[in-house]
Write a protein that binds this ligand. Structure first.
Ligand code: BDR
Ligand code: CA
Length: 309
């Protein structure tokens, strides 16, 4: 099993990322950290605990991290996720308090305590991971790899060329990619294949657990807002695709390539430049997802949810 820390900004699709990490037998979820992104840090920190509470996962510490990006003001996405970040279902009280440590402290403690190197899966802006690498260089060698949902090899979803998580904190992305730690980008070019069709909703709903029922209420809201905002009635469930990279290497194909992020562009800030054709003749510095086995992916999520409450 791969030990993992999930760093997230729940967010509907983040919840499914957490469930895949908590429920799949090939991963061991050691800690969860939260970041300001889809909604404020107060909401994401509460929502992460609600996601674990619903799933019956009560032994995993959850610590709050950065309220906003390292060099910019936070931009949020209530129009997709609702005012509280988890529009749709009635939300239960979280069963556990927040861990008193900061996200940096919890990540560092977790990395140092684990006998095996730990993977960090980030499904929001990379602010917390960047701060960890900046402030705790002593634990960097304990990070097995960073897998991140964000970016795109093509077009964006918040500006024509920028994806939300990249656009919110591009400086953090640049810092993490430049760290030399193995980095995998799982961008819109693959997550836009993880579409929540009616058949997918039925498949996940049929699992029949309380977690599955709560998830279906999340998906109903998420598909509605995606239809309103993007004209995509089958909302793309981005974040669990990044977790799937660690669960099953055959689910997501990766290319070793050059990844750069636009920091200064007036129209293109946060755009990810992925040199799949090697035009720049620069050293590859990242693994970039290029293909998703859609049916295999939903099978992983279904299996994980079935093991939760
Ligand atoms: C990403 O942005 C957020 O709204 C989602 O949770 C996902 O992490 C997709 O662009
Ligand atoms: Ca997210």
């Amino acid at each position: 099993t791969v030990p993992v820390i999930v760093d997230c900004d729940p967010g509907h699709d983040d919840v499914f990322g957490l469930w895949l990490a908590a429920g799949h037998p090939s991963l061991e979820l050691l800690a969860v950290t939260t970041v300001g992104g889809n909604v404020s840090i107060e909401h994401t920190s509460r929502n992460a605990r609600i996601a674990l509470t619903v799933a019956g996962v009560t032994g995993v510490p959850v610590a709050a991290g950065a309220a906003g990006p390292i060099a910019r003001a936070l931009e949020t996405a209530e129009w997709i996720h609702g005012e509280n970040g988890l529009g749709g279902p009635v939300l239960p009280e979280p069963a556990m308090p927040l861990d008193p440590r900061t996200a940096t402290e919890l990540m560092a403690d977790t990395l140092l305590a684990s006998p095996d190197p730990v993977a960090i899966v980030a499904t929001g802006p990379l602010t917390n991971v960047a701060i960890l690498l900046r402030d705790r260089a002593d634990v960097a060698s304990r990070i097995r790899e960073v897998v991140w949902m964000g970016g795109s090899t093509g077009r964006g979803n918040v500006t024509p060329y920028a994806e939300f998580n990249a656009w919110v904190d591009p400086e953090a992305l640049a810092l993490v990619v430049g760290s030399g730690i193995r980095f995998t980008m799982v961008g819109l070019n693959v997550t836009h294949r993880a579409l929540v069709t009616a058949a997918v909703r039925e498949r996940l709903g049929r699992v029949g657990t309380a977690t599955a029922a709560f998830g279906d209420e999340l998906l109903e809201f998420f598909c509605r807002t995606n239809a309103e905002v993007f004209g995509m009635p089958d909302g793309p469930l981005h974040d669990p695709v990044a977790v799937a990279v660690l669960v099953d290497p055959d689910a997501v194909a990766l290319a070793h390539t050059r990844l750069d992020v636009e920091l200064a562009g007036t129209e293109t800030a946060g755009a990810t430049s992925v040199d799949l054709d090697g035009m720049l003749r620069r050293e590859p510095n990242a693994w970039v997802a290029t293909h998703l086995d859609v049916d295999r992916f939903w099978g992983l999520l279904e299996a994980a949810i079935a093991r939760l409450a």
